[in-house]
Design a protein. Structure first.
Length: 322
C-alpha cells in the first residue's frame, strides 16, 4: 500500500511541477529582456529593452567616439560583460569589462595592448570565454569571471573567433578559417581546447548559438550567396534554413528555446528582430534609424530562471525523492 501511495505522490508532484512550469513559461515574454548596443553620441552605448519593445533603459553613458558593445548577461542576470575602448589610447583597441545590470560598478577585466572582445559567460558563471588578438592573430581565450588566469584554448595560426558555450559547460563552439583561409566554418572543442571538430563549412558559416537544451546550434551561413539563419543538430547534422532574402546576423535563443532573436537590415543599419524557433512570425523590436548589436547571450528572463536555476536542470524525480 505504501508503494502505491508513493507512486501516486510522485506523479502528483510531477503533474504539479509541470503545471507551474507551463504557467511561468506563459509569462516568459512578459518578463524577458534583451540587452543590445545602439549608436549614440557618435559611438555605441548599451541598452536593455523588454521583448514587447517597451521600457528601454540606457546602461552606459560615454563620451563621443567610445564604443560599448558585445554585451552578454551572466547566468544569474546580475552582471553584464561587454567590451569597450573607453580606456584605450587607440579607438580600435577594446578590452572586456563587467558591470551591474543597472550600469553601475564597471570593472575592467583585461589589460592588454591588443583587442579582446565577444565575452561570453560559462553556464555556471565562473568563466568567461572571449576572442583576442594578443598573440598576433585571433584566438579563443578563457578566463575566470574576475579576469584572472587567462588561457589560450585554440593556439592556431588561423583566425578563431566568436565563442559560445554549450549549456552543460563542457564544449565551446567557435568560428575559424583553419581548414581554408577563404572559407569560415563552425567548430566545436572541449573547454580545455582539445578534440576540435568541424561542424559545418559551406562557404561562410558563422555566429554559432547553442539552443538552451543543447541539442541545436543556430548559425549564419552565406552558402546561398547572402547571410541567412540556419539551424542544425549540435553534431552538425540536419542543417535547415530558417530565413530567406539575406541580411541576417547574430542569432540568439530565448531562454525557453521557443524563439530566436537576430539582427536584420540592409547595409550597415540593423534592427533587432525576434522570430519563432522555426523561422516563423518575425517581429521588429527596435525599428529605428540606428544600428543595433546583440550577442548570443542577449536574452535574460527571471521567470524562466526561477524554473531552471544556474547550472541545474529541472528533474521532477530528483525533487520528489528529496
Amino acid at each position: 500500500m505504501k508503494k502505491y501511495i508513493y507512486v501516486l505522490t510522485m506523479f502528483a508532484a510531477i503533474a504539479f511541477f509541470y503545471a507551474i512550469t507551463l504557467l511561468i513559461n506563459a509569462q516568459v515574454s512578459e518578463h524577458a529582456k534583451i540587452i543590445f548596443s545602439s549608436e549614440m553620441n557618435e559611438g555605441l552605448e548599451i541598452f536593455v529593452i523588454d521583448t514587447d519593445s517597451k521600457n528601454i533603459q540606457r546602461l552606459t553613458d560615454s563620451s563621443a567616439g567610445t564604443r560599448n558593445f558585445a554585451a552578454s548577461w551572466d547566468p544569474t542576470g546580475k552582471k553584464i560583460a561587454f567590451c569597450s575602448n573607453r580606456e584605450s589610447d587607440r579607438s580600435e583597441i577594446t578590452d572586456i569589462y563587467i558591470m551591474d545590470t543597472n550600469g553601475q560598478n564597471i570593472q575592467r577585466l583585461t589589460h592588454d595592448p591588443k583587442s579582446a572582445s565577444c565575452p561570453i559567460w560559462s553556464p555556471d558563471g565562473n568563466k568567461i570565454a572571449f576572442e583576442t588578438y594578443r598573440d598576433g592573430n585571433y584566438e579563443i581565450y578563457i578566463m575566470d569571471a574576475d579576469g584572472r588566469n587567462p588561457r589560450n584554448l585554440t593556439n592556431n595560426l588561423a583566425r578563431d573567433s566568436t565563442p559560445t558555450w554549450s549549456p552543460d559547460g563542457n564544449k565551446i563552439a567557435f568560428v575559424s578559417d583553419r581548414n581554408n583561409q577563404k572559407q569560415y566554418g563552425i567548430y566545436m572543442m572541449n573547454i580545455n581546447g582539445k578534440n576540435v571538430e568541424l561542424l559545418t563549412a559551406m562557404g561562410f558559416d558563422s555566429y554559432p548559438a547553442w539552443s538552451p537544451d543543447g541539442t541545436k546550434i543556430a548559425f549564419v551561413s552565406e552558402r546561398d550567396g547572402s547571410p541567412n539563419i540556419y539551424v542544425m543538430d549540435a553534431n552538425g547534422n540536419n542543417q535547415k534554413k530558417l530565413t530567406n532574402n539575406g541580411g541576417y546576423y547574430w542569432p540568439a535563443w530565448s531562454p525557453d528555446g521557443r524563439r530566436i532573436a537576430f539582427l536584420l537590415g540592409p547595409g550597415k543599419k540593423f534592427d533587432i528582430f525576434v522570430m519563432d524557433a522555426d523561422g516563423q512570425n518575425p517581429v521588429n523590436l527596435t525599428n529605428n534609424n540606428e544600428t543595433e548589436w546583440i550577442t548570443q547571450q542577449c536574452w535574460f528572463d527571471p521567470a524562466f530562471q526561477a524554473i531552471y536555476p544556474v547550472g541545474k536542470q529541472a528533474i521532477p524525480w530528483g525533487w520528489v525523492k528529496q
